[in-house]
Design a protein around this ligand. Sequence first.
Ligand code: SAJ
Length: 407
Amino acid sequence: MRNVCVLGLGYIGLPTASVLATRGCSVLGVDVSPQVLAVVGSGRAHVAEPDLDVLVRAAVGSGNLRVAPTPAPAEVFIIAVPTPFRDGPGGSRTPDLSFVEAAARSLASVVADGNLVILESTSPVGTTEKVRAWVEEGLAAAGRRVSGLLYAHCPERVLPGQVLRELVTNDRICGGLTPEASARARDLYAGFCTARIFLTDARTAELAKLAENAYRDVNIAYANELAAVCERVGVDVWELIALANRHPRVNILRPGPGVGGHCVAVDPWFIVDAAPDRTPLIRAARAVNDGRPAAVASRVLEGLAPGATVACLGLAFKPDVDDLRESPAVIVAARLADAGCRVLAVEPHARELPEVLRGRAELVKLEDALARADAFALLVDHRAFAGLRLSDLRGRPFTDTRGMVRS
Ligand code: SAJ
């Protein structure tokens, strides 16, 4: 039985640890949060993801998934901790690798000859080399001699909301610091990944992951720019994009109130940071998408009386998830509150308002909002809003940022 230690039990680490454990590996899940350890240790998931609870229960119940605050010896170590960014000079953003560094340094006391260290966290180019340096520094400081350590970057690519399926069915990239490291990483993922696994070097794997999310950001920025143009020239952007996408080589994504979450709006900055003078397009896309919440809020406010009651339909960062962090919909709602509106927030996936809206908005049911609001802004295309018809709004002003409501 293979021993694996997973550092970071977040929305990637926890499913990965659980899948490995249910496929016969002996897995130690490590996290710095005592709360996360308590929840996972009792066989539950602290991340809302379809079917994850069932998988964690099976993994812990089998005895193959245990948790601890610090790593223990294993054959393979998987680092799956967050890589956020910090605000830098001139509106730039610089990657914050402190969690990766802490995880890497914590390995120095447990790694042994021939172990494999995999970095799964989305990271700037060169981070896998830094992981090696941090582990080696830790080994030197502890006076330990360990030989033949292997390092690889194997980026996760799963879509929140479909994590368990995509973990198994998405193609993977294994980029080692050496070909042996790539091959050893492939052997691990082949244990549960049914799709193709491509081997490359660590730098290419790092940039491939960033390039995927930046591609999506640029495409969404294009859709958002088209939405602004359509508004100016009186064209329905949804019909426009649907027609353009009938071309066999065109696939424009959907406009919206902005790009949220912890990936698509973050990862492009890692590319910009690496080559600021060579990334005008990626930076412009970020600016277009970051400008959307303000533009949408202004549009909603047009022609409204001061103190009007506005219903914001949806607060999550994307449809059918309960994650309100880094959500452009929340920014729109906050701007409307700033402008003096009485905000009614309809978020079927939330039990309470996010911090920024507390005391400034009311969390209400859809029917309540339909009865009380003077105007509406549809911000998230949750399935729960699919039945909404224009006639339900009885002629009151309506901004549909997701092209969801039919007549
Ligand atoms: N969005 C639009 N229009 C669209 C699609 C998305 O406005 O047509 C918005 C969403 O509403 C949301 C944001 O973009 O605010 C991001 O949502 P998403 O569904 O595009 O992506 P994430 O952040 O949930 O997951 C992405 C995925 N990356 C790609 O599809 C290239 C996922 O596969 C990655 O694993 C994940 O980032 C990650 O962890 O990096």
